[in-house]
Write a protein that binds this ligand. Structure first.
Ligand code: CAA
Length: 383
């Protein structure tokens, strides 16, 4: 029979992170958002909590945890603030993942210890100004000559890539042509201080305003040949495999955000009076809240099962896409109800409802749009 109980360690970790998020993040989340400020102080504290490199082996400085525990941690952060959850999720999966899963021993020893403590952050250089969903069609090129890669091109919307803590980025680049005319795509490690590399912080975001997002330029950037990650020509598959796991983190953000917005909506609906009764006494509102509770429960089941599959070493790509798609769309509906129940106050930035509503939208676009998740699922089911 399936066992739906979390372990004592998982329950304890959830409580510890919930307490941390309530005490340290909640009081500053709206102010950071308003100022579009990436908080070095919170990154330091989250590093001290062991929130970076959670699933990485302790020999590289990681927490050695299972993926479900990691997703519970992201869920609890997102329940309070999607931006801090984004910093953590992007570092764990997109930043650390490629180096841990495809790097050689020297690369792992060089980069992982600082990334796992949050002392340093790392970007995932896939998306380009002209290439989002069609990720194989990227234009950035790398040419190998005299033991050096010379890289030219640009990347955009890269989380954690332009902060004062960013140590580098994994770059997907075209490195040649395969037989049959297909592009040879490889991944290369570029450290932030490399000459010709520029990272510009992006502002005026509608969403995730206190997370760090960068625009990257590679202008004759030269790095040693040994900065190649894994096999030459294996870059696209490395990126795709990284996204499979990354989508679990995004799903955890959808679940946590939906939970946070639901709790705000329920609290307000019980407190606020209209026509002599609480809003929650009106069946129209009670049914809305019941639907939210139902969908959150279903989303949690979907995500935790996908994590369990991954932790068991079974295929999980379809379930990760399903969880990412479903939780982000549940968050959309719950955040919408949350604003609606708040009425005029839902439109004011002094209440967290508006931030949940704005932060939700990223989850239907980042790490593969909802349309791409449907494409991935439809291929898995044989369409
Ligand atoms: N794992 C490993 N290999 C995979 C794979 C996976 N999940 N998915 C595909 N592949 C392999 C295929 O088996 C195939 O291998 P062969 O060439 O040996 O046959 C190869 O990759 C090409 O596969 P497809 O033909 O299926 O590729 P496609 O061009 O049709 O694209 C896609 C597939 C699913 C649409 C993919 O392009 C995709 O996921 N797009 C969305 C990209 C995305 O999520 N971008 C957001 C990134 S986040 C970011 O950049 C910013 C940030 O910091 C948040």
């Amino acid at each position: 029979m399936p066992n739906y109980d979390l372990t004592d360690e998982q329950n304890m970790m959830r409580k510890t992170i919930r307490d941390f998020a309530e005490k340290e993040i909640k009081p500053v989340r709206l102010e950071l958002d308003r100022k579009e400020e990436f908080s070095l102080d919170l990154v330091k504290k989250m590093g001290e909590m062991g929130l970076f490199g959670m699933t990485i082996s302790p020999e590289y400085g990681g927490g050695g945890m299972d993926y479900l525990s990691y997703c519970i941690a992201v869920e609890e952060l997102a329940r309070v603030d999607g931006c801090q959850a984004a910093t953590v999720a992007a570092e764990n999966s997109l930043g650390i993942g490629p180096i841990y899963n495809f790097g050689n021993e020297a690369q792992k020893r060089k980069y992982l210890p600082d990334l796992c403590t949050g002392k340093k952050l790392w970007g995932f250089g896939l998306t380009e100004p002209d290439t989002g969903s069609d990720a194989q069609n990227s234009k950035t090129r790398a040419a190998l000559k005299n033991g050096q890669w010379t890289i030219n091109g640009s990347k955009i919307f890269i989380t954690n890539s332009a902060s004062p803590l960013t140590a580098g980025v994994t770059v997907q680049a075209i490195t040649g042509e395969k037989s049959g005319g297909k592009k040879e795509i490889s991944c290369i490690i570029v450290e932030s201080a490399t000459k010709g590399f520029t990272a510009k912080e992006m502002h005026n975001k509608m969403t995730w305003r206190s997370s760090n997002t960068g625009e990257l330029y590679f202008d004759d950037v030269c790095v040693p040949e040994e900065n190649l990650l894994g096999q030459i020509g294996g870059g696209f598959k490395q990126m795709m495999a990284t996204l499979d796991s990354g989508r679990l983190g995004i799903a955890a953000m959808g679940l946590g955000g939906a939970q946070g917005a639901f709790e705000e909506a329920l609290k307000y609906a019980k407190e606020r009076k209209a026509f002599g009764k609480s809003l929650s006494d009106f069946q129209v509102n009670a049914f809305k809240l019941a639907d939210c509770a139902l969908e959150i429960e279903a989303a949690r089941g979907l995500l935790y099962k996908a994590c369990w599959l991954r932790d068991e070493g079974r295929p999980f790509g379809k379930e990760a896409a399903m969880a990412k798609l479903y939780t982000s769309e549940v968050f959309h509906r719950v955040a919408n109800h949350c604003v609606q129940l708040h009425g005029g106050y839902g439109l004011m930035e002094e209440y967290p409802a508006a931030k949940f509503y704005r932060d939700q939208k990223l989850l239907e676009i980042g790490e593969g749009t909802s349309e791409i998740q449907r494409l991935v699922i439809s291929r898995h089911i044989g369409c």
